[in-house]
Design a protein around this ligand. Sequence first.
Ligand SMILES: Cc1cc2nc3c(=O)[nH]c(=O)nc-3n(C[C@H](O)[C@H](O)[C@H](O)COP(=O)(O)OP(=O)(O)OC[C@H]3O[C@@H](n4cnc5c(N)ncnc54)[C@H](O)[C@@H]3O)c2cc1C
Length: 332
Amino acid sequence: MLTVLSLQNINIKEKMPGEEQPEWLETLEETPLTSRLRRKESLKRFNTWRIGGVAECLIDVVNVTDLSFLLPFISKYRIPWFILGKGSNLLIPDSSWPGIILHLSGEFKSWEPLENNNPSRKNNEVSAGAALADVTFAQRCVTQGWSGMEFLIGIPGTIGGAVAMNAGAHGGETAEFLMQAEWMDMEGNLHTSLRDDLEFRYRFSELNGNYGKIITRAVFKLQQDDPESVEKKLLECQQFRRDNQPCNQPSCGSVFKNPPGDFAARLIEDCGLKAKMCGDAQISPIHANFIVNLGKASSADILALIDTVRETVLSKHSIYLEPEVQILQSSV
Ligand SMILES: Cc1cc2nc3c(=O)[nH]c(=O)nc-3n(C[C@H](O)[C@H](O)[C@H](O)COP(=O)(O)OP(=O)(O)OC[C@H]3O[C@@H](n4cnc5c(N)ncnc54)[C@H](O)[C@@H]3O)c2cc1C
């Protein structure tokens, strides 16, 4: 049976002298959520750069009921918050995070091929939960013989992150295959929006935690193909990564968006910045738009390299590179 949690029944406790934890946290710890609440959790494990400080509170949100309680709770008490997927496009500051990090899990990892009424006509549609790994999605498409989103095999994020960032590669992008997305607002209401009613651009979507919109699941339509040929395309995408990107070093993928008609990597390389270091952060000698963590890089090291790249490219090419990487800061 689902427990219905209501903000009306929750009272924020008075803070006693000498108490160190925020008042909202004590209240939250006593709320009967199914989701796991972690205290003082290092965020290093929650991003692919392996960088970042400690979060006061991280919640593995396992179902819609808990999410629809947490979002109004967060807004009512103005708690700093952020939603992350696999943190594969995220720079997390070295300092501690005073609020709540939401990390979708449990029922948000669903994969449900959608049936139509005519069994002789497959409709190639699937509903995928926001926490499902892109790699898992791509591999499951192969077994169905569904083509189109093979590019996700090389993107180490989640479906929620792919929709939020309109992730893409090899000429394809997520929004092309999206039919509709389900999302929750900060009042805890679920909405379903058709792709054509949403704004998507190159590495931009209006559905993003940054705008107070939490993606819970998405429906995609793929093209029917022969499983062997889908697998071949998938393997080609993987091989391309191995040949052209520093796959074995912690990174966030491309740090900057490509400017119109050009490539950020080409501009950075042309400025002679390949292999430039700051602390343990390095502009990858393999791919100039990647910054890799050689071991103990801090967020400050990465930011210093980002600044150097932007200033140098601006002064040599008069092009202002816009970061693709998201920086952890409190959402609305
Ligand atoms: C080795 C490597 C290669 C990469 N290659 C590519 C590539 O080819 N193409 C490409 O586009 N990207 C690439 N990336 C970047 C990254 O993987 C993608 O942007 C990915 O879609 C981010 O997903 P995530 O789940 O990790 O999101 P996160 O990095 O955790 O979050 C990114 C943003 O999405 C928001 N978000 C996450 N989940 C939700 C949700 N459920 N609801 C609302 N907002 C949400 C976050 O708040 C944040 O603003 C690469 C990264 C790495 C490390």
